[in-house]
Write a protein that binds this ligand. Sequence first.
Ligand code: NAP
Length: 248
Amino acid sequence: MTESRVVLITGAGGGLGRAFAEGFAAQGDRVVVADIDGPGAERTVEVLLGRGAQALAVTVDVTSADSVRAMVDSLIAHFGRLDVVVNNAAIYATLTRTPFTDIDPTEWDRVMGVNAKGTWLVSAAAFPHLTSPGGRIINIASATVMSGSPLWMHYVASKAAVIGMTRVMAREVGAAGVTVNAIAPGFTLTEASLGLLEDAETYGVDRGAIKRAGQPDDIVGAALFLASDQAGYLTGQTIVVDGGKQFL
Ligand SMILES: NC(=O)c1ccc[n+]([C@@H]2O[C@H](COP(=O)([O-])OP(=O)(O)OC[C@H]3O[C@@H](n4cnc5c(N)ncnc54)[C@H](OP(=O)(O)O)[C@@H]3O)[C@@H](O)[C@H]2O)c1
């Protein structure tokens, strides 16, 4: 019998990250739930264990190289392998929406630190341990890069960096049989986004080809595909999952 895969998901203490964790666990993968919110990570793991899955909670700050290295060391010590990395941790709904002329430089650095640098640090620490060939890195970007959402320039810049890094990493690790892709979700209903807008449930629905709100499972499906054997020849790409609100 082949050993089940090990999937690391950052920012999996809630929201989309928890949905990814549930999706991978449901197909038999072992899941490492990493978050700066340690109790949130533990709650996700409790849910997974209750469903008979194997899961490990790790508290991590993705902006710290030491913390990231400790996370990778502990998951390798626990499970002995690593197959898929989902870089999902981000500063998102807690951001202040501000004209670009007024963005607080400290907030700019905070967003870049988690969303861009964090994606780099986790990928760099994980890559030497990734299954080769067959490993997968999946970066969570945002459709705001395509739409140029006003008042979010720090966030949009951080996610544009993620899309650029996805292309570079794909070229650098392709020879090892590892793919690197990004998913750019449109507005998706999570605890975080529901707290962002009063009309979250209907926001943007009329602009989409598909006339309903985005749900976490819509994004999970794209991640499961990118992590599958069927996606082995697909790399360096960004898949927009937004119900057809915009086309590249
Ligand atoms: N929901 C949407 O509409 C939407 C649309 C496009 C893209 N996205 C992207 O999808 C991903 C998940 O979004 P979400 O809606 O589920 O938001 P979320 O709940 O805020 O998820 C982000 C997670 O990352 C964690 N995190 C923050 N800083 C961290 C750090 N330094 N180290 C480790 N973990 C850290 C957060 O913990 P704390 O809660 O403790 O800060 C949180 O658990 C993000 O990358 C977001 O940018 C979301």
